[in-house]
Design a protein around this ligand. Structure first.
Ligand SMILES: Nc1nc2c(ncn2[C@@H]2O[C@H](COP(=O)(O)OP(=O)(O)OP(=O)(O)O)[C@@H](O)[C@H]2O)c(=O)[nH]1
Ligand SMILES: O=C([O-])CC(=O)C(=O)O
Ligand SMILES: [Mn+2]
Length: 610
């Protein structure tokens, strides 16, 4: 492959950042790429790299004018989601990784990985991607440098983070700390060997060294496995930084809700992967007079402000959203952002017009498509055209409803926190926590059916504390204690109110008990009215739920107060089973379980048995 990157010879490090230059040199000596290329982040560079990706067959350029300057590609069918069973937290001590993480001794792991990385970039270009998560004008910008042998990763990181020269210049002026994030698809090319369109390796390793704040990822080119600024840095490594520095790195969207009285509220919501964060973040309210703006759809870094309030910042610059189910009727804000272009789609279907399609995008299904596997597809094919974890990668500033506060390094004051999962039964549509601690209990016992966002079986119920199960970079018991410590530092007057939600409950007919999507604004309205003390609630053993009349269902066709009551019903038999599940879950923590949470469980049991 002859590229304009050829002039970039190994070891010609164009930086005065001594540590960075040394690391790049060390990695190049290990991985033995044909060339080293420092990513500048420019438009010309992106045009060149995407053209190379088209040439290589990894991407196609879309020709449908509805998707300007956009590309689509298909991954290897064995590389379509995060691989949790191949993800490791290699703290020095095993107990510091805790029972929720895979662990290996860091020195052992490193020597094994060094073996895999030895020569792993042969025949390829090694890209050096300086990046920052969150604002570059933050007090201490969260710098990282990803080294990757995938141009697809470079093009995707360019959407998801601020990358390139601007970042590098500021980082070197400060001789700043950066998270070294090493990535290789693990597919060296021998001389004369032809490349495949999606190089990867069956052997995959997503490894974190929390004490060093370092990441090594091998074998996968997809999503959170490979775009290392996202889950690896902004959640797993950042959660460790947050523990050490007294803040929270959480798997949450941030949404601004404006009432008809023009009062603004900020809502943070933690749902597991593929359980509705991006959709709620881009909510189009279906109720009169309420407006929304978005700040983030996946990650929320929360620090304690000077009045003892929680302030949230979204460290990402793009959306990496689940494509199926994102449609003109369910999520028009996302569709408007996507159709402004400048996007990369992975594992979606291609239309005959040179555009993309996925299940749920439009009401009408196209008569013919090329499915994500490259085969002809018609509605009669009897299989999905897009992979269930297919994704759109789109710059966040293309979202019309993006809040101006998104650009503020101080973030926004969080007024309410929602914890939610995907549960067919048991969990009501919405429950207001009895207290802050009761809300932390709800978060710590959150459960959800597994989805296609991670490899493995889907539809299996598992506990997912604060939707962080796959992302806590340290001991989960310490994590719950850290929440406890942060709670103690908050001004009680400023504490967000906490709610448990479930958009996915089923009704007696097997359909969804709640219409969801834009109508979730009705649930948010009730939550705000609870904050203001103006909405009615019914006390239950688990917390307060709306009465049939308290939830605004005006204009909702075929939906009655009785349907509300069914959607929020608390069934004692179901909760008896649930409490057993919570007992089992909590048993994993042993003595590390905060006493406040044990007391919450005891209280729930007492109310259940009363
Ligand atoms: N029934 C129903 N489905 C929803 C609702 N919100 C989202 N979904 C569906 O849930 C799936 C995932 O939604 P997303 O908003 O992309 O989930 P996410 O939490 O952002 O997922 P990650 O990006 O993987 O973290 C999509 O197929 C949506 O169509 C809802 O309110 N009701
Ligand atoms: O990390 C990924 O691959 C995609 C994602 O947002 C998630 O799974 O939560
Ligand atoms: Mn999402």
């Amino acid at each position: 492959m002859s590229t304009s990157s050829d002039q970039n010879v190994i070891n010609a490090a164009p930086t005065t950042h001594a540590k960075l230059a040394a690391w790049v040199e060390e990695v190049a000596a290990l991985t033995k790429p044909d060339r080293v290329y420092w990513v500048d982040g420019s438009v010309e560079e992106n045009d060149r790299l995407t053209a190379e990706l088209v040439e290589a067959g990894t991407l196609v350029k879309l020709t449908d004018p509805n998707f300007p300057n956009s590309y689509a590609g298909a991954s290897d069918p064995k590389d379509v989601a995060r691989v949790e069973e191949r993800t490791f937290i290699c703290s020095k001590k095993e107990e510091d990784a805790g029972f929720t993480n895979n662990w290996e001794d860091p020195e052992k792991m490193k020597s094994m990985l060094n073996g895999l990385f030895d020569g792993s970039m042969r025949g390829r270009t090694m890209y050096v991607i300086p990046f920052v998560m969150g604002p570059l004008n933050a007090d201490e910008p969260a710098y990282g440098v990803e080294i990757s042998d995938s141009a697809y990763v470079v093009a995707s990181m360019r959407i998801m983070a601020k990358i390139g020269n601007e970042v590098l210049r500021k980082m070197e002026a400060e001789e700043a700390f950066f998270v070294p994030a090493l990535h290789s698809v693990g597919a060296p090319l021998e001389p004369g060997q032809e490349d495949v369109t999606w190089p990867c390796n069956e052997d995959k390793w997503i490894v974190h060294f929390p004490e060093e704040r370092a990441i090594m990822s091998y074998g996968s080119g997809y999503g959170g496995n490979a775009l290392l600024g996202k889950k690896c840095y902004s959640l797993r490594i950042a959660s460790v930084m947050a523990r050490d520095e007294g803040w929270l790195a959480e798997h949450m969207l941030i949404l601004k809700l404006i009432s008809p009285q023009n009062k603004a509220y900020h809502i943070a919501a933690a749902f597991p992967s593929a359980c509705g964060k991006t959709n709620l973040a881009l909510l189009d309210p279906t109720i009169e007079g309420w407006k929304t703006e978005t700040l983030g759809d996946d990650i929320n870094w929360m620090r304690i402000g000077k009045d003892g309030e929680l302030r949230g910042v979204n460290p990402e610059y793009g959306l990496f959203g689940v494509a199926p189910g994102t449609g003109w009727s369910t999520n028009p804000n996302a569709m408007r952002a996507i159709t402004k272009g400048n996007s990369i789609f992975t594992n979606v279907a291609l239309t005959d017009e040179g555009g993309v399609w996925w299940e749920g995008m439009t009401d009408e299904t196209p008569a013919h498509l090329i499915d994500w596997l490259g085969n002809d597809w018609t509605p009669e094919s009897g299989r999905p055209a897009a992979h269930p974890n297919s994704r759109f990668c789109t710059p966040i500033d293309q979202v019309d409803m993006l809040s101006e506060d998104y650009f503020s390094p101080n973030g926004v004051k969080i007024d309410a926190i929602l914890f939610g999962g995907r549960r067919k039964t048991t969990i009501p549509l919405v429950t207001e926590a009895r207290s802050w601690t009761n809300g932390i209990f709800m978060g710590s016992t959150l459960s959800s059916e597994t989805t296609a966002a991670a490899s493995g079986a889907t539809g299996v119920i598992r506990r997912d504390p604060m939707a962080m199960l796959p992302f806590i970079g340290y001991n989960a018991g310490d994590y719950l204690n850290h929440w406890d410590k942060i709670s103690a530092k908050l001004n009680p007057e400023q504490m967000p109110k906490i709610f448990l939600v479930n958009w996915f409950r089923r009704n007696a007919e097997g359909g969804f008990a709640w219409p969801g999507f834009g109508d979730n604004s009705r649930v948010l309205k009730w939550a705000i009215e609870r904050i203001e003390g103006t909405a009615d609630a019914k006390e239950t053993i688990i917390g307060n739920v709306p009465t049939g009349e308290a939830l605004d269902i005006s204009g909702l066709e075929n939906f009655t107060p009785a349907d509300v009551e069914a959607a929020v019903a608390v069934n004692k038999d179901e909760w008896a089973t649930e409490v057993e599940g919570i007992e089992e879950w909590y048993a994993n923590f042993g003595d590390a379980l905060p006493v406040s949470l044990r007391a919450e469980l005891d209280g729930l049991k007492a109310r259940l048995n009363a």
